[in-house]
Design a protein around this ligand. Structure first.
Ligand SMILES: [Zn+2]
Ligand SMILES: [Zn+2]
Length: 366
């Protein structure tokens, strides 16, 4: 059986599912994988991950990874394969990533090159660290892996363009919540209450000022995107929650920022006679591209008339970092030719034509 990866992309696009809930997505991908006799297909016990193993003989494996999950975004495109799941959308192009990986597998099973390869469909890239869950099962580590590859669509790049860099490519994201707990009272009797909102505002101002004063050579992001507090104008708020993320380029810097958040929250809580609770949520390893794989990639692009653009560091995070921490790895941007729209927006629609390019480049790397 042969299939058109572009049609698979359209099928996947219609059934977007959130992190760790990629059941229909998994079933669809598996139905295609099952049509190849050459592959060993492994299902994971603790997630919707699928691993297709192509073994030609003795020797090391190259791993190719695609992420499967979608986002809680209402689709605003008018494409004829629009999401059939209300409120959910493949707004980060992971439908394209899966279609490219299936196309690559088809290419491999047809031409049967003398290599060994692992093709991983990984759940939950979006803030849930699916890579960590997949690696926790130990299946991947049971294969000798010499290189790990992944790509991500980039709407700002043209169709035949790709971009990446050697060394650190994507930052270490760290999500955090800071909660202040006080005591509510009528605004007219402030002495009876403890104002948690005041604590939250003080914390926000102080931590921003402290981080701004940090001496640092490398880029760093600290952002609080949501503060929730209070119920009504004349009542002292008994709770204040701040939800934020920071991005750093080294583990030492990440730890330093985490400690600053804890210290600042405790200090403000003490001053304002509040309780506080700091939670560190999802964090990924940095994506660090192997210099040798990088050189090979640049060379491959040159040999196949793909337009290579050197990339700066991105302060985005990607859980492919868990792979580049374990193995020599390479992540690259694949041009998706949708320059007016952004990743994670309801209007994003990567160009189908990037699928053929993605398959071609991955096949050459293999
Ligand atoms: Zn995303
Ligand atoms: Zn993504």
């Amino acid at each position: 059986m042969s299939f058109d990866p572009i049609l698979i992309r359209h099928q996947l696009h219609q059934i977007p599912e959130l992190a760790f809930n990629e059941y229909k997505t998994k079933a669809l991908i598996k139905s295609y994988l099952d049509s190849f006799g050459e592959l060993k297909i492994i299902e994971f016990a603790n997630s919707t991950a699928l691993l297709a193993v192509y073994s030609h003989g003795e020797g090391e494996y190259q791993l190719f990874r695609a992420d499967m999950d979608a986002l809680p975004v209402e689709e605003e495109t008018h494409c004829d394969f629009i999401s059939q799941h209300a409120g959910l959308m493949h707004a980060c192009g992971h439908d394209v990533h899966c279609a490219i990986l299936l196309g690559l597998i088809q290419e491999v099973c047809t031409s049967k090159p003398s290599v060994n390869a692992l093709f991983l469909f990984q759940p939950a890239e979006e803030g849930k660290g699916g890579a960590e869950a997949v690696l926790a099962e130990g299946i991947i580590q049971s294969y000798p892996i010499k290189a790990a590859y992944a790509l991500h669509v980039n709407p700002k790049l043209g169709l035949n363009q790709v971009s990446t860099k050697a060394g650190i490519f994507f930052a270490i994201p760290q999500e955090f919540d800071v909660d202040f707990i006080g005591k509510s009272a009528h605004a007219a009797f402030p002495e009876a209450g403890k104002d948690a909102m005041n604590g939250g505002i003080k914390f926000y101002q102080q931590i921003k000022a402290e981080i701004a004063e940090l001496v640092h050579e490398e880029p760093l992001i600290f952002h609080v995107g949501k503060i929730s507090s209070g119920a009504i104008r004349n009542i002292i708020a008994d709770k204040c929650k701040l939800e934020g993320t920071h991005r750093t380029l080294s583990v030492a810097r990440k730890k330093q920022l985490n400690q600053m958040i804890v210290d600042c929250a405790n200090r403000v809580a003490k001053e304002e006679q509040l309780l506080c609770d700091v939670d560190f949520l999802c964090s990924y390893e940095p994506v660090v591209n192997d210099p040798v794989l990088y050189e090979r990639f640049v060379e491959t692009c040159k040999n196949h008339s793909v337009d290579f653009i050197p990339s700066p560091i991105y302060m985005t995070g990607e859980d492919f970092g868990f792979f580049t921490t374990l193995y020599p790895g390479l992540l690259f941007w694949l041009g998706a030719n949708d320059p007016d729209h952004d990743l994670h927006s309801g209007t994003l629609l990567p160009d189908d034509a990037c699928i053929t390019n993605g398959i071609k480049i991955l096949y050459q790397l293999l």
